[in-house]
Design a protein around this ligand. Structure first.
Ligand code: SAH
Length: 220
């Protein structure tokens, strides 16, 4: 099954993937490890087969349930920013969605803990990780606002859905010296934000305007 997807179709060609990597380079992504992972992780397996031919375009794509798989540039940017603090042992993600961002992160970090509130998306992501052999991703079906305290503190926290303000529980679960990247604000006016923890201080820095789905309160 996996082989049919991976080898059967031309969109997985090295040339198509290299083109995406070159584009990310032009857009300012410079971390070679991140670029290599974007080239290697099969993004076409994280979208519906009908959209697979567009998987290596630098664009967000629908994944059902009103949600989207993030644009590769944004995935690369967020990952690169988090890696700047050094090696990452434990990473928390809010918003598993297709699982693509978690897979990219898992190729570069110790363990990724990811929380998603829509069960069919979580189940599908779990299946993909199994087929692709990712063993360092833990998943939980829940509202991600409270984080996942049992495994914290985290060296990095990545939110791929946008709250109107940073959930206080996530700040508390950030390790000293750790980094969080999170889109903040109402739809249409979100700012990708970097938060660095230094003891009890949280240094907040705007990165760029972005467009994410909202972080919704409650499970489903
Ligand atoms: N990282 C994903 C992006 C998915 S879009 C990927 O690479 O595909 C954002 C996801 O956040 C959606 O799946 C949405 O259901 C989820 N989400 C929204 N609010 C949430 C919340 N409060 N807790 C957990 N997940 C949430």
């Amino acid at each position: 099954m996996v082989n049919r997807h991976i080898h059967g179709i031309g969109m997985t060609s090295q040339r198509t993937r290299s083109r995406l990597v070159e584009r990310l380079r032009q857009e300012g992504i410079h971390n070679e490890a991140v670029l290599a992972v974007v080239r290697d992780v099969p993004r076409h397996l994280f979208v519906d087969e009908a959209l697979a031919s567009r998987a290596y375009e630098d664009t967000a794509l629908p994944i059902g349930h009103g949600q989207t798989i993030s644009q590769p540039y944004i995935v690369a940017r967020m990952t690169e920013v988090l890696l700047e603090s050094g090696p990452l042992d434990k990473v928390l993600e809010i918003g598993t969605g297709s699982g693509y961002q978690a897979a990219v992160m898992a190729a570069l970090a110790g363990t990724v803990f990811s929380v998603e509130r829509i069960k069919p998306l979580l189940d599908q992501a779990r299946q993909r990780f199994r087929e692709l052999g990712f063993k360092n991703i833990r998943l939980k079906l829940d509202d991600g606002h409270p984080g996942w305290p049992a495994n914290g503190p985290y060296d990095a926290i990545i939110a791929t859905a946008a709250p109107e303000k940073v959930p206080a529980d996530l700040l508390v679960q950030l390790a000293d010296g750790g980094r969080m990247v999170i889109p903040i604000g109402p739809q249409g006016r979100q700012m990708l934000t970097l938060i660095q923890r230094n003891g009890d201080e949280f240094l907040q820095q705007p990165l760029e305007a972005v467009s994410f789905v909202p972080m919704i309160y409650g499970g489903r």
